[in-house]
Write a protein that binds this ligand. Structure first.
Ligand code: UD1
Ligand code: CA
Length: 454
């Protein structure tokens, strides 16, 4: 069976009250439409067709064209009209699965179930909702056969009481679809071409309507406003948290954990509350991450402890290192291993050698630091001259006294010691003490000023 998937994404999303097209709003850091496309691709269809309209170019640019057929629906005349625009792109296919760009949690397993169990030309995914308000209702006869779908705005009071609703997800034989779409008319409360009218047509043509339900009813929930978006974000985050815990990760509170990207973990990883992970994050064996820490595109090797309130971005943290609390590690940083980075320390685009320590109040940028170095409190690498960035080299076992400014380009040799408060503008030789500061003087006979009388 040659399967095509059509994703309807042309709607305006007025209730989001946004300049951004609805399907580009993000769930767990990915556009809603991207979720649906990724799920569609899991089913290995012959073709994925995205029907776009509102904010079209923006949507195409954000999603990228890879492996997708884009079809424009210039005017949004309804879901039936939208599928009609996709028809030319469905040439040569047997069946088409219709998905919605604003129903992001639908899972491939549930879709697979619909596909595998539908033998006729029409399969329909429905769910029972305690509150069916706003959805199309599934009208059945006394024997339980599906007769038609009625939209809320067209429904009688009795029909509105029906709790079985249309998820909008349908599997339709392409040949039948062509014929049925030609017969649609906008003769309804919204003046739209309803895809849902296909059900009554199929019944009229003697086609058995097959009904399947998703594993979890929440999969069918759509995003129409920001409150629904936030609610689905929580559902998605709970799913991710459950999967991680099942894989052996300790989450101190799964309700206070967010992953917006991908996470690979070793054994016995522990995450305290309010940890936020973005992009591609790798945490090795025995990594512990303290409360309120953000990791974005970071690889952390085994036995690393990251304490509370740290922000790490595009960095690699070698095994046995300890970071935080209150450390900021910026892109291009590599802690080789066993390093300590403490509070109010910022490190950017630098290599920190094995066992080196930068424990308090320092800025280290564009620096190559050897092993066993000790950086005193308040040390700053002055890497920017107002026009260009320059590098600082610090040799193995160097000891940099507190409150030192290393004015780059500059190098400090192996085993060198720099006296506290120095401004180092020229290279400091290995194994020697270098000082660069005014000599201490004491002024004899000086008295403190006194307040003038009167
Ligand atoms: C639709 C269904 C309803 C179902 C509900 C499930 C119809 C007539 N109604 O109602 O039975 O319970 O979804 O969420 O199908 N779209 C287009 N072009 C258009 C119109 C819509 O691409 O001209 C897209 C939208 O972007 C959206 C989807 O189709 O992704 C659904 O459209 P929407 O207007 O939200 O339909 P509902 O009124 O929610
Ligand atoms: Ca909708």
């Amino acid at each position: 069976m040659k399967l095509g998937i059509v994703i309807l994404a042309a709607g305006q999303g007025t209730r989001m009250k946004s300049r951004r097209p609805k399907v580009l709003h993000e769930l767990a850091g990915r556009p809603l439409l991207r979720h649906v496309i990724d799920t569609a691709l899991e089913l290995s269809p012959e073709r994925v067709v995205v029907v776009y309209g509102h904010g079209g170019e923006q949507v195409r640019r954000a999603i990228g064209d890879e492996g997708l057929h884009w079809v424009e629906q210039r005017e949004q005349l309804g879901t039936g009209h939208a599928v009609q625009q996709a028809l030319p792109a469905l040439e040569g296919l047997d069946k088409v699965l219709v998905l919605y760009g604003d129903v992001p949690l639908i899972r491939a397993r549930s879709l697979r179930h619909l596909i595998d169990t539908t033998e006729s030309a029409l399969g329909l995914m429905t769910v029972d909702l305690a509150d069916p308000t706003g959805y199309g209702r599934i009208v059945r006869d006394e024997a339980g056969n599906v007769l038609r779908i009625v939209e809320e705005k067209d429904a009688s009071e009795a029909e509105r009481a029906i709790c079985e609703i249309n998820t909008g997800i349908m599997l339709i034989g392409v040949e039948r679809l062509r014929a049925w779409l030609q017969r649609l008319s906008p003769d309804n409360a919204q003046g739209e071409y309803y895809l849902t009218d296909l059900i009554a047509m199929a019944v009229h043509d003697g086609i058995a309507i097959h009904v399947a339900q998703p594993e979890d009813p929440v999969e069918a929930e759509g995003v129409n406003d920001r409150a629904q978006l936030a609610a689905l974000e929580r559902v998605y985050q709970r799913w991710q948290a459950e999967a991680l815990m099942a894989a052996g990760v300790t989450l101190r509170d799964p309700a206070r954990f967010d992953l917006r990207g991908t996470l690979r973990t070793g054994m016995d990883v522990e995450l305290d509350v309010n940890v936020l992970l973005e992009g591609e994050v790798v945490l090795g064996d025995n990594v512990r991450v303290g409360a309120n820490t953000v990791l974005r595109d970071v690889t952390v090797e085994e036995d690393v402890t990251i304490l509370e309130n740290c922000v790490l971005e595009e960095a690699r943290i070698g095994s046995g290192s300890r970071i935080g609390p209150f450390s900021r590690i910026r892109p291009g940083t590599h802690l080789v291993g066993g390093a300590h980075v403490g509070n109010f320390v910022e490190i950017k685009n630098s290599t920190i050698g094995h066992g080196s320590k930068v424990n308090h109040l320092s800025y280290v940028g564009d620096t190559h630091m050897g092993a066993g170095v000790n950086i005193g409190a308040g040390t700053i690498t002055c890497n920017y001259d107002g026009a260009n960035k320059h590098r600082t080299l610090i040799g193995d076992r160097a000891f940099i006294g507190s409150n030192t400014a290393l004015v780059a380009p500059v190098s400090v040799g192996d085993g060198a010691t720099i006296g506290a408060g120095s401004v180092i503008t020229r290279d400091a030789p290995a194994e020697k003490l270098t000082l660069a500061r005014a000599k201490q003087v004491t002024i004899e006979g000086w008295t403190r000023p006194k307040k003038e009388e009167g």
